[in-house]
Design a binder for this molecule. Structure first.
Ligand code: N01
Length: 530
């Protein structure tokens, strides 16, 4: 092998890239990882905004692949903060001696497949060129922050911040007039903390969200000891659900419309008091039946009206024009209560559209407000955004971006026809963002590692027919669901001009795992292996 030849290049050193590297080493393969940040952690490296936390409980949002690792690491809170998750990623990197194969502060610019040599040539913005037999995109699903196309952004003379690219040194808003644009998960987590410092905070809302409470608390050592005593079973329980998260009250079996109102209300109350994303796992029909969905939507709106004192503000905060769960539900700590503070104001931009940013603030259709700083909590070009920035070319020099122009096409969300030996971890067409990401990452990395072991240095590529059938299946099963009834980033609807295609697989991580295992057991059915 030449100096810059490796068995595999991995793009990204978040949880997916770290675990992939570990597994490749276990197969005796050489690998280089390129990472744009100057440290490991991916999402948890970049998203350092105040209040950033995971909305999956810490005992579950962690690796299960190594018993010693899961026994030795101690989480402190029910929902871990970003700094704690970043420390965990750093711990994983150190524990498995991963850093020596990672090149930091380096972006991959292109990955071209050469048919004659059956290898990938990967170039970086550091001027390096590496040749690899396998190329693994561990680029994350929410890794391309979206700057909104609001006129005059460059005119504003004060500082602007994006939640997904937060300064490492932190930001002190003490005494400042601050605007936050956006009301997704990042905004909902940061607004209560920004409000504690700012002298005035104005939140610009385009779409209100459905929110469940976190009921966050320090972890009880007895609970932790109990989980650790049965960790393998605990993990398996999570893998066996549709979302890769244990369901405290079991999988929903009853129909919301089939139970008496009082019973349904009591069930929602129980889930609310428990807190977190599992709120949606209440009844089997709320994901497909709008009348059933309205029962939980109304329960959630009633909680807003209870918490927010000003009735006008409360109504603005109530989502009314899309079903609960059709956009990613948020998990909050003190979000609604923040709107009871005198210095916090909500602007519904449907009533008062933002016209432009000026040197001193924001102009809306009804007037001007001055600000010292503006925070964009405006989301990401999800699932395909980062892949689209890399010049990826497969057989015959075909560009992945061209192939995906009308929407992503990948068999099992893992590989795309015409791009041999190129793997996508949690790619479009897999459960990914509809699940506990770590569960999905471990499943994909495990599948890829097993595949590489099975093909023993060979070449693998999906057959177009299998890919077409999978893409059709992914679209077909999404159609009857409530997911089609909101302008979400799952559908690319937040990015002007992006094709409106539902990108993740709604069938659940449990079914997906069985399908992908069966494909492997049948000798990689639907793939050409040479
Ligand atoms: O982004 P978002 P996010 N003018 O896209 C608004 C994960 N995550 O960073 O809804 C005005 O959800 C936009 O409005 P609308 C989680 O999966 C997890 O908050 O498009 N407003 C929306 O309100 C999450 O879903 C955690 O109408 C504009 C907001 O900006 C995903 O990341 C924490 C606008 C963007 O919300 C993304 O969350 C954080 C414009 N031009 C994130 N453009 C946890 O684990 C956009 N908006 C807890």
């Amino acid at each position: 092998m030449r100096e810059n030849d490796v068995d595999a290049v991995i793009v990204g050193a978040g949880f997916a890239g770290l675990y992939m590297l570990h597994r490749l080493r276990g197969l005796g393969l050489s690998a280089r990882v390129f990472e744009a940040g100057d440290d490991v952690g991916g999402t948890w490296y970049w998203n350092r905004y105040p209040g950033a936390r995971c909305d999956v409980e810490s005992m579950e949002y962690s690796f299960s692949f190594d018993e010693h690792l899961q026994q030795e690491w101690d989480w402190t809170e029910r929902y871990a903060t970003q700094p704690e998750i970043l420390r965990y990623a750093q711990h994983v990197a150190e524990r498995f001696d991963l850093r020596r194969d990672i090149t930091f502060s380096t972006r991959v610019e292109s990955a071209h497949y050469d048919e004659a040599s059956d290898r990938w040539t990967v170039t970086t913005d550091g001027g390096e060129t590496v040749s690899a037999r396998y190329c693994v995109m561990a680029t994350g699903c929410l890794s391309s922050p979206q700057v909104p196309g609001i006129p005059g952004i460059a005119d504003f003379e004060g500082p602007t911040y994006m939640t997904g690219l937060w300064p490492h040194e932190g930001v002190d808003f003490t005494g400042q007039k601050v605007a936050v644009i956006g009301t997704g998960s990042s905004a909902i987590q940061s607004i209560p903390l920004i409000a504690k410092q700012a002298s005035a905070l104005t939140v610009y809302q385009r779409t209100p969200n459905y929110i469940a409470p976190a009921h966050n608390h320090p972890l009880d050592p007895d609970y932790v000891a109990d989980v650790k005593a049965h960790y393998p079973d605990f993990r398996e329980e999570a893998r066996d659900t549709a979302i890769g998260i244990r369901l405290p009250f079991g999988p929903p079996e009853q129909l919301a419309l089939a139970v008496p109102d009082a019973e349904r209300e009591a069930h929602y109350r129980k889930l609310w008091d428990y807190g977190g994303l599992t709120m949606l796992a209440s009844y089997a029909d709320i994901g497909i039946d709008l009348r059933a969905n309205e029962t939980i939507a109304e329960f959630l709106r009633a909680r807003i009206r209870e918490k927010v004192r000003d009735p006008e503000t409360a109504e603005k905060l109530c989502p009314k024009d899309y079903p609960a769960g059709a956009k990613r539900m948020c998990v909050d700590i003190g979000y609604y209560e923040t709107f009871n503070l005198d210095h916090v104001h909500l602007v519904d931009i449907n009533e008062e559209p933002i016209e432009r940013l000026t040197a001193t603030g924001i102009d809306t259709a009804t007037g001007h407000r001055d600000f010292d700083a503006i925070v964009f909590a405006t989301g990401f070009d999800a699932m395909t955004g980062t892949l689209g920035k890399i010049d990826i070319r497969g057989r015959g020099g075909a560009k992945l971006a061209d192939k995906w122009a009308a929407g992503p096409r990948a068999y099992l969300g893992l590989m795309s026809a015409g791009f041999p030996n190129l793997f996508l971890i949690t790619g479009p067409g897999s459960p990914s963002v509809l699940s506990n990401m770590i569960v999905s990452i471990e499943q994909h990395v495990g599948w890829i590692a097993d595949c590489l072991a099975a093909i023993g240095g060979g070449t693998i590529e999906p057959l177009t027919e299998a890919e077409d059938a999978w893409v059709e299946h992914v679209n077909m099963i999404a159609q009857p669901t409530i997911y089609m009834r909101a302008n979400s980033w799952y559908l690319g609807a937040n990015i002007p001009g992006k094709p409106r295609i539902f990108m993740p697989y709604v069938g659940g991580v449990n079914s997906y795992r069985s399908i992908s295992r069966e494909v492997a057991d049948k000798g990689y059915a639907g793939f050409a292996v040479n």
